[in-house]
Design a protein around this ligand. Structure first.
Ligand SMILES: NC(=O)c1ccc[n+]([C@@H]2O[C@H](COP(=O)([O-])OP(=O)(O)OC[C@H]3O[C@@H](n4cnc5c(N)ncnc54)[C@H](OP(=O)(O)O)[C@@H]3O)[C@@H](O)[C@H]2O)c1
Length: 270
């Protein structure tokens, strides 16, 4: 049970803070949480946001943790693992969870220089409001029980799936970078509304709620998106007219290639 586990979040930046906020607001809040950052100047600001200790002391935070959630930028994960291993902070064999894009479990295990129970996870920023999408994959020593624990950690923050690690860069390109693509779409759709005379605030609300509703239709009906699209598309109507114009702009390949490019860039990070 997550409520009986102590969680250390190393790297309370955008993603570490989003996960901490989401976990803090959940009913399955961990038994305790601590966090760290690199720069002491941010501690005051973080102390005002969180009701748990945030410091610059990674070994101190990780030493008593059951789960060490590493949320630093990918290039800082290996030095953090070295620091933890050399200080003895991993002696209690906590479950280590890395959310770093592009960084293979093998590299993190090598950096630790000792056997660790490691799970690689790829969450996204909507975890902040507990509408996230997280995929988890096991490292070489992670057991099914470790994956269960990792799922428990992310389930209060949204949906969770298990996949083989070979898919993680694609997951990153689609589900972790994806919110940025969707924000651009919401902005662009609302600009269309503004162009046609809607107040901007209303146009943004219409676009965002419409997108949420359409996304939930896909998830909750289980119908193929093409079939749901057909239901909106009346013969000789306004929707088919607009869809053909979007196809002229190659909307499908632009979006699909965006995911492909993000996945390629994620792989290069490691
Ligand atoms: N942003 C996303 O949407 C997203 C989604 C999925 C996964 N990720 C992954 O999440 C990780 C963090 O991304 P981010 O966007 O949250 O980056 P970020 O905002 O730059 O946060 C990184 C945090 O790590 C801290 N840090 C750096 N070195 C550290 C150290 N040695 N010990 C402790 N803390 C340290 C930084 O501290 P200071 O604040 O003091 O500099 C900062 O708070 C990345 O690996 C990324 O691939 C991000």
């Amino acid at each position: 049970m997550l409520t009986s586990r102590r969680v250390a979040i190393l790297g309370m930046g955008t993603m570490g803070s989003a996960l901490a906020h989401g976990l803090g607001a959940s009913q399955a809040r961990p038994k305790s949480m601590v966090g760290t950052v690199r720069h002491g100047e941010r501690l005051e600001e973080l102390a005002a946001q969180f009701d748990f200790d945030v410091s610059t002391d990674n070994p101190g935070a990780a030493r008593d943790a059951d789960i060490v959630l590493v949320c630093t930028k990918p290039h800082r994960v290996a030095p953090v693992m070295v620091e933890l291993a050399q200080s003895g902070a991993l002696d209690g064999d906590p479950l280590v969870v890395s959310i770093a894009a592009g960084l293979a479990t093998k590299k993190i295990e090598e950096a630790a220089g000792r056997p660790i129970r490691l799970v690689r996870a790829m969450p996204n920023t909507p975890a902040l409001i507990r509408e996230g999408m997280t995929v988890v994959s096991p490292g070489s020593r992670a057991t099914d029980e470790d994956l269960d624990v990792a799922e428990e950690l992310f389930r209060p923050l949204g949906r969770v799936l298990r996949l083989d690690e070979e898919h993680m860069d694609t997951v990153t390109g689609l589900a972790a970078s994806g919110p940025a693509f969707v924000y651009v779409m919401i902005e662009a759709l609302s600009e269309g509304g503004v162009m046609m005379g809607l107040p901007r605030k209303i146009a943004v609300e219409l676009a965002a709620q419409m997108m949420q509703g359409a996304a939930r239709m896909v998830l909750e009906t289980g119908e193929h998106p093409a079939s749901l699209k057909d239901q909106v598309t009346t013969p000789a109507g306004c929707t088919i007219s607009a869809l053909l114009s979007l196809e002229d702009g190659r909307i499908r390949s632009v979006l699909a290639r965006g995911v492909q490019e993000a996945a390629r860039a994620a792989a290069a990070l490691g």
